[in-house]
Design a protein around this ligand. Sequence first.
Ligand SMILES: *Cc1c(COP(=O)(O)O)cnc(C)c1O
Length: 389
Amino acid sequence: MTTTLSVNSPAIDNSHLKALNQLDIPARLLLGPGPSNADPAVLAAMDRQPIGHLDKAYLALMDEVQELMRYAWQTDNHLTLPVSGTGSAAMEATLANTIEPNDKVLVCVNGYFGHRLVDMATRYGAEVSTLHRPWGEVFTTAEIRTALATHRPAVMAMVHAETSTGVCQPMAGIGDLCREYDCLLILDTVTSLGGVPLFLDQWGVDLAYSCSQKGLSCPPGSSPFTMSDRALAKLNNRKSNVANWYLDMSLLSNYWGKGRTYHHTAPVNMTYAIREALRLLAEEGLAARWQRHQNAAERLYAGLEDMGLECHVPREYRLHTLTTVRIPDGVDGKAVTNQLIDQHNMEIGGGLGDLAGKVWRVGLMGYNATPENVDKCLAALKQVLADLG
Ligand SMILES: *Cc1c(COP(=O)(O)O)cnc(C)c1O
């Protein structure tokens, strides 16, 4: 016997839902690994009606976003577009579009996001080999050369700015090595775009991805992606379809390129947002933006040193957008981050993976990279540490 639900059935009673209050979001200062606070101008840009994603006004916006992204990355790659989704979606797009089953892929792993690249590449059927470094160290070109010579991969992937460790990988010579060994270079620039120097074409990077919610001061949901002609040639020569329909650049490039054919509905308001975020970056200028992040980071290092706190990464490899601070012996790191939220409305991150319980992660990204925020962070940390004895 089937039961018929009447319109007044208690099974669909929603009185508790009707009683919900309107949205109430606490005002946090986000000085962790991300998301970072959005620039108010970016939030204002989102606060418009959507227009059709094939509207000529929208198509014009798309062109501007692509041009702004090429500037931000210092690349001439034609295929440069925002992926609908967070940084991990754009990360997955770089792997999905380059890997055919049984391709050899080499991943350089010195932190959490290297492991994520391994996991994703494996799911696309790659034969994955890894080059490891302890969390907080960088790779040398000599060891990369040896790994390339040993494994002969079709693709090598590495992280420029490891948000889990606070390390910035020096890139000189790596792209040349990848060309010498005829492999494509994928670079994770999620925590470097809009914060620290990036020269994709000069470095010989073939594919890169980023996100909107870190150095670009935009909410999460629209993620820069780019691929070179070399990478495009591999895509065009595939025997099998890209194993991910949503992220297939052979389809997406028709919407973002000349064809303008429908693929999926663009997150229109996120395009407004990222356009404004990138416009603000161009208005400030890359050099000024990078300098502002360096100044904020150096102010933080000096303040931490005054408090007797140590950074996890040697100075020459520190990432200006994210600093890992060693938790002193006897201090409960989690109690500190909890109290920062409860008493100061301030978020800083804890450690991940090999650094869990060992470091705090302080992010100074985009809109948040100011001397005022550094001073607020140092003062709050000082007070909380004194409080907890
Ligand atoms: C944040 C981050 C990602 C993942 O981006 P999501 O937007 O969280 O999906 C990937 N790589 C690095 C280095 C990151 O910091």
